[in-house]
Design a protein around this ligand. Sequence first.
Ligand SMILES: C[S@@+](CC[C@H](N)C(=O)[O-])C[C@H]1O[C@@H](n2cnc3c(N)ncnc32)[C@H](O)[C@@H]1O
Length: 183
Amino acid sequence: MIDRLLDSGLLGEDMVLVDLGAGDGYLSRAVAPKVDTVIAVDISGAMISELRKKAAREGLKNIQTVVSDGCDVPLGDGSVDIVCANMFLHHIEEPVTAVREMSRILRPGGKVFLADLTEHGNRELMEAMHDLWPGFSRKEIIRWFEKSGFRIEQFDTLARKSSGRKSGTKKDAGVFIMVAEKQ
Ligand SMILES: C[S@@+](CC[C@H](N)C(=O)[O-])C[C@H]1O[C@@H](n2cnc3c(N)ncnc32)[C@H](O)[C@@H]1O
């Protein structure tokens, strides 16, 4: 996923990039050397502390952190160039509110890079990961983004990700990557 983002041609050294649901900064720390500023947003103060520790250890100085709900981010309208969200959306009760917020903070022509789970129907995996959504269909993701003013540029499904458990007949989750442009 990170390689896909780094090779995508989406990143520029003058850009402000927001990482929604940044966690310990897996994505933020990887992209920081490629952009001007990363704004890492997470609802968990503990995750943001972890991110700050890891970023400091790696000598990364251009990551700003914000403890906030990703559906209501303290950033101005049209203020950022790119929004990334890796494995964030399936933790959100109403994903469409997060999609609208991405649209609000992005400048026209700005991009979303979204990676999340395809529909998997594996309740065991959902419970183990505290997920609110059992992945998403391509159709619903595209509908939400188009309704929020995006043009879909790319939607790819990647190899399945194992839950790490013996799941018998249950399906493990696949991952999709979507790139969309704010109109
Ligand atoms: C599965 S982790 C993904 C972390 C990171 N993006 C990565 O790729 O490693 C999901 C993250 O979303 C955060 N999160 C959940 N609900 C959120 C919300 N409403 N607003 C912001 N962050 C949220 C969690 O605290 C957690 O750090």
